[in-house]
Design a protein around this ligand. Structure first.
Ligand code: E4P
Length: 220
C-alpha cells in the first residue's frame, strides 16, 4: 500500500520524506490557499521536491470543459510527475477521457458514491479519490464506500487505483489496508499517529530505566 501526503506545505512534505514513508503528494485548492502562495508555482515546487518517482496531484480550478483542459495541460506540463486532479461530473470525466488519450494521468476527486467511482474508471482515471472522512461527517459510513469500490473494481479489468482520501485517523488507514485499497492520502498529523502506541512508549521507557539502574554504558 502506498502512502501519499495530503498537504501543500513543503515543510510537512520534507518531514514525511525524511521518515521514508511518502510515496506521493495530493493537493487541493483549499490546501494551497492555506499556504498563501501562487497556485501553479506551489504544485511545481512540490513536484520537484518529491522527485520524479512520486506522483503529485494538482487540481484544475475551472468548471467548464475548455478552460479545464487548458488548466489540465498547464498542470501536466509543470513536471513529469504531476497528476491532474479533476472533479467528478460530466465535464470532469469528459476531460479525463481526453487527457488519457493525450497520455496524462488523472486523479478524479470528490467521489462520494460507488457509481461515481464506476464512471471515473470507465472514463480512464488513473486514481479515484473517495473522501471517507467527509462521508463519515454526514453520519454515513466512509469505509463502506471503499469496500463497495474495491468489490466493483475487482469485478472488472479497470486499471484505476483506489486512493482513499479525507483520511482523519489511523483506523481509516488500517481498514483501507485490510480492504486492499491501493493508496491512502494522509495528513502529516495522521501519519505521525500511525507510529504511536502507548505500550510502545511505556515499553521503551521501562527498557531504558532498567538499563540506567545498572549504571553501565552501552559499551560496558
Ligand atoms: C484529497 O485528495 C483531498 O485533498 C483531501 O483528502 C480532502 O480531505 P478533507 O476532507 O480532510 O479536506
Amino acid at each position: 500500500m502506498r502512502f501519499f501526503l495530503d498537504t501543500a506545505d513543503t515543510e510537512e512534505i520534507a518531514q514525511g520524506l525524511d521518515w521514508g514513508m511518502v510515496d506521493g503528494v495530493t493537493t487541493n485548492p483549499s490546501l494551497i490557499a492555506k499556504q498563501g502562495l501562487p497556485y501553479l508555482g506551489t504544485v511545481k515546487k512540490i513536484a520537484e521536491l518529491v522527485g520524479e518517482d512520486r506522483p503529485v496531484s494538482g487540481e484544475v480550478l475551472a468548471t467548464d470543459y475548455t478552460t479545464m483542459m487548458e488548466e489540465a495541460r498547464r498542470l501536466a506540463g509543470l513536471a513529469p510527475n504531476v497528476v491532474v486532479k479533476v472533479p467528478l461530473g460530466p465535464v470532469g470525466l469528459k476531460a479525463v477521457r481526453t487527457l488519457r488519450q493525450e497520455g496524462t494521468l488523472c486523479n478524479v476527486t470528490l467521489c462520494f458514491s460507488p457509481t461515481q467511482a464506476l464512471l471515473a474508471a470507465k472514463a480512464g482515471a488513473a486514481y479515484i479519490s473517495p473522501f471517507v472522512g467527509r462521508v463519515d461527517d454526514i453520519s454515513s459510513d466512509g469505509m463502506l464506500l471503499i469496500e463497495q469500490i474495491v468489490e466493483i473494481y475487482g469485478n472488472y479489468d479497470f486499471e484505476t487505483e483506489i486512493l482513499v482520501a479525507s483520511v482523519r485517523h489511523p483506523g481509516h488507514v488500517a481498514e483501507s489496508a485490510m480492504m486492499g485499497a491501493d493508496v491512502a492520502t494522509i495528513p502529516l498529523k495522521t501519519l505521525r499517529q500511525l507510529y504511536k502506541h502507548p505500550l510502545t512508549d511505556l515499553g521503551l521507557e521501562r527498557f531504558l530505566a532498567d538499563w540506567a539502574k545498572t549504571g553501565k554504558s552501552f559499551d560496558d
